[in-house]
Design a protein around this ligand. Sequence first.
Ligand code: GLN
Length: 446
Amino acid sequence: DLVDQSIKRIHEVDDQVKAFLTVDEENAQKKAKALDGQVGDSILAGIPAGIKDNIVTKNLRTTCASKMLENFDPIYDATVMEKLNGAQVITIGKVNMDEFAMGSTTETSAFQVTKNPWNLDFVPGGSSGGSAAAVAAGQVPFSLGSDTGGSIRQPASFCGVVGMKPTYGRVSRYGLVAFASSLDQIGPITKNVEDNAYVLQAIAGLDEHDSTTVDKTVPKYTEGLTGDIKGLKIAVPKEYLGEGIGQASREAVLSALKVLEGLGATWEEVSLPHSKYAVSSYFLLSSSEASANLARFDGVRYGYRTPNPENLMELYKKSRSEGFGDEVKRRIMLGTYALSSGFYDAYYKKAQQARTLIKQDFDNIFEKYDVVIGPTTPTPAYKIGEMLDDLVTMYARDLLTIPVNLAGLPGISVPCGFTEGLPLGLQIIGKHFDEQTVYRVAHAFE
Ligand code: GLN
């Protein structure tokens, strides 16, 4: 029934929302039939899901929203997909994103512009805009996204849903098409915190295919959702409520803090003095990693190949020029430049040093506090097209989510009010591998 409902809803609204790139209707229905009367003890059995199109799914087209992979059918499942399949989750389809996860609006997709279900003139955020919109529009109860600099939390915030970026190393990246390997994490987007905790429980854990996953038991996050946050110590960085943060976001956080105080938590203002270097360091580091990761799309092994090249150089050049969109090319050029000899020390190395300082800022705070709280984004969703000519402003607006990736910490966005009919999000950041506390606070608040 759930699968039928989900497919029906997609038929009803996806013409307008445009969250899905591929709907695997037949297979989903077949799998649902096979489950009838056969459901094991998995709480997620029979639940339909939308999967971001940079997570590889065996025999199911995986495009990264790029012309480069328009007709790419993977021959294996990502680890998270194996885990979801094992839990009898039913993949309904693949959802839209910014091309190769580079962007904040889902407008860089080579195929379609996804709309914000709360107001179709606005973007759903990005890069996991399809994942957030599909959940917000009631097309699927949950989706998976990926977050390199905010791509789960920012669209969750823009679409009024719950999005979790786990600690770096918590969830396997095997089968996630890499953007910036030292920052990427997969995580769940859901309507509420409990559902989110169930999905993370299912996808987390050590994986022999990803040596950056960590051998730590995955707690039963749902059992920690007691509603009790008495004595919890909250840090609120002044940089997260200061310059560049819109009034609506600031006020929403201040009233959220009142709610949390009412539940027995206390908060104090702190400082993340190096967070001002986060955005520039992030763009240097993520673009450098992207320039290396995306070298594999050469028109030879897989993906788009230019027709009738004259020679090998032309094959590479034309396949990449024709296959990649503008934003991807910009990042590859920036990354290649930053890594080139003579510039490496000035850019890449400096950015790595800033990254260490940003992480240390958080380490210092977490010696005294349990969580860090602030807005997820400085503003609500942008109008469609608003950011296309103003990329620097768009990049700068990621200032609240990016430091969390640079430090490898877990962070969640939960809905915390509206302004002018558009949702706002509250960001709760935890200690490394302490998703448990992040979920407990988010659940007590929602
Ligand atoms: N918006 C950021 C960027 O454009 C983050 C993207 C992401 O997290 N994948 O790089």
